[in-house]
Ligand binder design. Structure first.
Ligand code: PLP
Length: 396
């Protein structure tokens, strides 16, 4: 986030030589500013004293948000910030978009129950209808949706459990640099974690290509590596229950997978009856320039894990998968919080707004423009190694 301006301008020392009248005029603004500043500092101090050492963003961004709209957050210190983080990819329409607020208010005013386990409701029905409308053709016609716990990591766990049940196998294939969440199974599949049941394969990239060449050739070698691990009986990797990948790695450093490599992963997994799981928790809902990031390549995954933006800024996660994988027994994957009505209403409004207003195409256009302007920074500043991404999912 970047500080843009002070909503309550801090007043300079102003003592020497300042006219007394002028001083008095500015006194209320100064008091207001100082009051806000002290509230802000007190909240941050209490947070540091009371909250877990595991807190993350709060360390790097010492701000106390009190209001937000669109791209702008206002802090308790009266400062305004440009939010380039966008709720870690959650806010497809920015903060507090009117259509989202209106959808939430409508549910609240209607007297609808806010907690319904996994029961059917008109709000949920509308969400599922809108979600299915956006899915890649080929999956939409045969899709099933499971409402799991509300975080992205819950959807990843559910997807692993599903493909394990469907294939009768246990191992998973995942990629270097991957991030799929913080619960045990998702963490295993994330790069940097100690692997238990996960075999890790090279994710293609130009900047730090594992083969030192990048480009199409680097991606081709990464694909061949995957093939050989699967086909060599002595690779040490038994036939897996599934392969999970991010079409653009997010936490791994905003690394877009080449479309050709993604299609290869689709062919390789299809030929070996390995379900392909696309983790679109961070890439979904228009951010990369297509509604789903897999749409760039035309790849139709067997399973998609979705969260973040699908809840229109509120917690919601789902697993969407082809109907023949739906081998679960009733109750095979349950949970108390699977029916967040407010999140579904906010999510429906967000999905519909993005679709109806062509916001994915807009992200592609704006992203290309931003990329063209940011790219030269690599030549200007030694500390800028690379500018990459897809659409408006950009990393520097
Ligand atoms: N998958 C991807 C690709 C993510 O980027 C994240 C979070 O950043 C997750 C899964 C986990 O989502 P959550 O933090 O909601 O558990």
């Amino acid at each position: 986030m970047a500080v843009t301006e002070s909503a309550v301008a801090p007043v300079g020392s102003g003592s020497e030589g300042a006219r007394a009248g002028h001083e008095d005029e500015r006194a209320p603004a100064r008091r207001e500013y100082e009051g806000a500043r002290s509230a802000h500092e007190g909240i941050l101090r209490r947070q540091a004293a009371r909250e877990s050492a595991a807190r993350t963003y709060a360390r790097a961004l010492p701000i106390v948000p009190v209001r937000a709209r669109g791209l702008t957050i206002e802090g308790a210190d009266g400062r305004r910030y440009l939010d380039c983080l966008s709720g870690a990819g959650t806010l497809a329409l920015g903060h507090n978009h009117p259509v989202v607020l209106e959808a939430i208010r409508k549910v609240l005013d209607s007297g609808a129950p806010l907690h319904v386990l996994d029961l059917a409701t008109p709000v949920k029905d509308a969400f599922t209808t809108e979600l299915f409308r956006t899915l890649p053709p080929g999956l939409a016609d045969r899709a099933r949706v499971q409402f799991c716990g509300p975080a992205g990591t819950d959807a990843v766990e559910a997807a692993f459990k599903l493909v394990r049940a469907a294939t009768g196998r246990t191992g998973m294939l995942a990629f270097t640099g991957a991030y799929h969440g913080m619960t045990a199974g998702a963490l295993e599949a994330s790069g940097g974690a100690g692997d238990v049941r996960v075999a890790r394969l090279p994710y293609p990239q130009d900047y730090r290509c594992p083969f030192g060449i990048g480009g199409e050739r680097g991606a081709e070698l990464a694909a061949r590596w995957t093939e050989s691990v699967l086909d060599d009986a002595k690779s040490g990797v038994p036939s897996p229950a599934g392969m999970i990948l991010e079409p653009v790695q997010g936490e791994g450093g905003v690394i877009p997978a080449p479309d050709g490599w993604l299609r290869r992963m689709r062919e390789i997994t299809a030929a070996r009856s390995i379900p392909l799981i696309a983790d679109e928790v961070q890439t979904g809902v228009g951010r990369t320039g297509r509604f789903w990031a897999v749409d760039h390549s035309g790849v139709v995954p067997d399973v998609m894990v979705l969260s973040k933006a699908i809840g229109g800024s509120l917690p919601l996660a789902v697993v969407v998968y082809r109907d023949d994988l739906d081998v679960w027994q009733p109750g095979a994957h349950a949970g108390t919080f699977r029916g967040n009505q407010l999140a579904m209403a906010a999510g429906t409004a967000t999905l519909a707004y993005v679709r109806q207003n062509g916001l994915a195409e807009r992200a592609a256009t704006l992203g290309a423009r931003m990329h063209a302007h940011l790219r030269p920074l690599t030549e200007e500043f030694a500390c800028v190694g690379d500018v990459r991404g897809r659409g408006l999912m950009i990393g520097i």
